[in-house]
Every structure is written in C-alpha cells, then in structure tokens.
Design a protein around this ligand. Sequence first.
Ligand code: 5GP
Ligand code: ZN
Length: 115
Amino acid sequence: MSADPNCIFCKIVAGQIPSRKAYEDEDIFAFHDIHPWAPVHVLIIPKRHIASMADVTEAEAALLGKMTALGTKLMKELGVTNGFRHVINTGADGGQEVYHLHLHVMGGPRPWLKG
Ligand code: 5GP
Ligand code: ZN
C-alpha cells in the first residue's frame, strides 16, 4: 500500500496534517514528535505506508538501515552531543499507538533520570 487515507502519518507525509519537518527525501520523512519524551525527539518514517515492524520484509532492509543512519545524522545536526536512543514500538504489547512504521530518535539531557 502506498498511502492509507485513514493514517495520520500518511497525512503528515502528504502535508494534509502540519508537522515540524526535520528531513525529507524520496523514501523517508522525518519530523518532530508532538509530545516529546526528550529535549530532541524526532520520528523517522517511510513515506510508503508500512503498518509496523511486524510487516517489514527483507526487501525493506536497506530502507530500515537508511532510517537508522538518518537518526544519527539528525541528532548531530540538532545539537545532541551526549548520546541518544533509537526506539521502535511494535504492536499492542510493544506500545505502538500509530500504525505507520516509525523510528523514534531521542536525545538531549534527561535530568529526571539523575539521582
Ligand atoms: P508510538 O507509541 O506509536 O510508538 O508513538 C507514536 C508517536 O507519535 C507518539 O510519540 C506521539 O506523540 C506521536 N504523534 C502522534 N500523533 C502525532 C501528530 O499528529 N504529529 C506529530 N508530530 N506526532 C504525533
Ligand atoms: Zn500511513
């Protein structure tokens, strides 16, 4: 499926829902999470609608690699210097809320974790 008319992230890719864009190319779109869990929190998604990691095949291996590497590049560009996290939630027990595959990349100080 190329775009799902009921999917909010497909609507973000199409510009039908506004977002704070961090990156775009022919395959990938990246934008800032609306409810960040860290000072810098971007979501990196394939433009094509893939519901979740449970739907990813070997054919998408290069795409996943490109998304992962982009996360690292964006953290540097956005001034994150002291480490970051790549996270993908999958399915109900994995805490997935939006069923369009997305890689969370989060960085910046998390003072609430310090004792
Ligand atoms: P999940 O729990 O599915 O891994 O994460 C979904 C993420 O999408 C959440 O962190 C949530 O804040 C973010 N999100 C949901 N709707 C929107 C939206 O309309 N715009 C943006 N920028 N982020 C969204
Ligand atoms: Zn979608």
